[in-house]
Design a protein around this ligand. Structure first.
Ligand SMILES: [Zn+2]
Ligand SMILES: [Zn+2]
Length: 176
């Protein structure tokens, strides 16, 4: 499986957005600054309350897609997210490698973000299957992830969560 494309990188942006700590003050600002390489140079990253709410909505929609557990449900939720996207793809080599960008370069940051995230997520779902997005099974984690394993067998967001769960299961067995 080739995840070496912009589409798959865009899914990482989607995953990061869904996993952002939305209880933190100014989380939208923090998220945008941390991911500013995704936006056209010079894009204003300071948002008003309405735009910040829209970013939160996109975050929720990504999580909804990951939490869906059937193909029709994934499709319905994905299409809900895609309805908010305004794709205007263009080819670029701004980083030295030819690849596609999905949003208008002069769009506001919310449009760039939502469009990139929606297109990245859709590419993974339609090319690799709706089961590729999931929610971490580790107790108390709740992070969403994209499963890049060969047989789509992943259950945890990270190796940390996987080993934490293995240890917890082992201890539980020891107790009984
Ligand atoms: Zn690029
Ligand atoms: Zn986890």
């Amino acid at each position: 499986m080739d995840y070496d494309t912009y589409g798959s990188n865009a899914v990482e942006l989607a995953i990061d957005l869904a996993n952002a700590d939305r209880d933190a003050p100014d989380w939208v600002q923090v998220f945008l600054v941390a991911h500013q390489e995704w936006f056209t140079t010079g894009t204003a990253l300071e948002l008003g309350p309405t735009e910040a709410t829209a970013v939160g909505q996109t975050s929720s929609l990504v999580r909804d897609v990951a939490e869906a557990d059937s193909e029709p449900e994934v499709m319905a939720r994905l299409n809900g997210l895609l309805a908010l996207a305004s794709p205007k793809p263009y080819a670029t080599d701004h980083d030295g490698e030819l690849h596609l960008h999905y949003a208008r370069p002069d769009a506001g940051v919310v449009e760039q973000l939502t469009t990139t995230v929606a297109m990245g997520l859709s590419q993974v779902v339609v090319q690799h299957g709706w089961q590729r997005l999931g929610v971490c099974s580790a107790e108390g984690c709740g992070h969403v992830y994209v499963d890049t394993s060969r047989n789509a067998s992943r259950r945890y967001c990270s190796n940390t969560c996987a080993s934490r769960s293995t240890v917890a299961a082992y201890r539980a067995r020891q107790r009984t």
